[in-house]
Ligand binder design. Sequence first.
Ligand code: NAD
Length: 495
Amino acid sequence: MASISLPAAPRRFKMYIGGQFTDGLSGEVCTRHSPGHSVPVAQWPQGCEADALQAIAQARQAFDHGPWPRMAAGERAALLFKVAGLIEAHAQEIGLIESLETGKPITQALGEIRAAADVWRFAAGAARVVKGDAHNNLGDRVLAMVLREPIGVVGLITPWNFPFFILAERLPFILAAGCTVVIKPSEATSGSTLRLCELLHGAGLPCGVVNAVTGLGDAVGQPLLDSGLIDMVSVTGSTGTGRKAILASAGNIKKLGLELGGKNPHIVFADACLDDAADGVAFAMAFNAGQCCVGASRLLVERPVAAEFTAKLAAKMARIRVGDPLDAQTQVGALFGQAHMEKVLGFIEQGVRMGAHIVCGGARTDHRDGYFVQPTLLTDVRADMPLMREEIFGPVLGAMAFDTFDEAIRLANDCEFGLSASIWTQDLSRALRASRQVRAGRVWVNTTLDNGPETPLGGMKQSGLGRETGLAGIEEYTELKTVHVNLQPRTHWID
Ligand code: NAD
């Protein structure tokens, strides 16, 4: 029994370009069905290239001639704090939008919106800390200054798995730096981004500073990658989309921030607290129905405890409450869509055909109104199986045993991605040695998926380029400019 009822009709949103809410030039509309209920819940314009070009022109104008990059950081901070308050005040409403469009549980969605407000507050405060440097040690003749300037117009391309939270990990940092922006949210989950634009407008953000265009990646995202009027593009999405950004940048040399896929290992050593580790691994593999870039997707367990640990883990996973995203008791909601669910089930079937053994889960649940898959644990897997190499983005975990520390590290690093890793052991020096040797942008020890706006996030290897959040997350959207000032009469080069 759902604690919140479904909307009677889909909610209608508009794009936001140059301070105006618009249906766009094509007149076409995109309708999103809730993946947990298969009913239409939201509509927004199916934008076209011309909409994207208009938005880019508005953001360029606002950066080159508008007040935002020129005002004191304290003034920008005041507006960002105001937005954080508005997000909190509208958390229930935005959380519902998010849950209906993504299929994630309502309680989780609400938590993400409140956490997003906290990220906005951090970025607001940090805006005032951004500064340059001075070199007073170059001799009496010269003083040099290093100015830190906003990079300019940013294209911000976001995915469907955490539409509002990922936006919060980037947008307020971009704004704190003094940049202007064109956002291209996922075509499937644009509602919370467009609702945020309404809040930004109400808070008094100058026209053109934030613009949002909706529609397909090729139609409205690619123009951001190709535009010579955009100085930097931040893409959070699949490695394939990251590659498109790199190809476009070969033509126009714009700066790229890329947050891409992951295939994240959890290493469980024999001395770990196995109950804690089992709980942590179950959470990390099933959170957001496994559609979490830093979620657990490869389990490496030290051989003497492998059987005991997988039994504990399977017992935990079997008790995860999968179901209606609008039910407050639900822990795991629906997968993003039918094709995605079939892809996830396909990895499981292929693994079984190649010799893997299902310990728990392995199939759809019986909630036939949506796309729900049981949290699935597979053993007897090999490192060369696709389910251990490719990003599945579903609640599926393959488990392998290892014999030595070096083997655990080799297996953990035997992967084209390097986004996150979790290490479970009670031996501090083993934990620190493993943390240093694993190639990943984020490492957790005896915990997982911990997060906070103070610390930077990002990936190594094919998981991406650059860092978001923390002070690094503002500096990412700035450029350094060096100014040399001569303080003495010139010694002439030509007599
Ligand atoms: P996706 O790559 O399909 O889409 C991401 C965004 O890129 C969407 O807005 C899409 O419309 C846009 N896009 C697609 N083609 C484009 C083009 N030609 N030009 C410009 N934009 C284009 O990814 P997704 O399926 O929405 O999200 C899931 C992926 O995101 C997973 O691979 C996941 O690991 C990754 N992800 C990474 C992080 C991270 O921080 N590293 C966080 C969340 C998600």
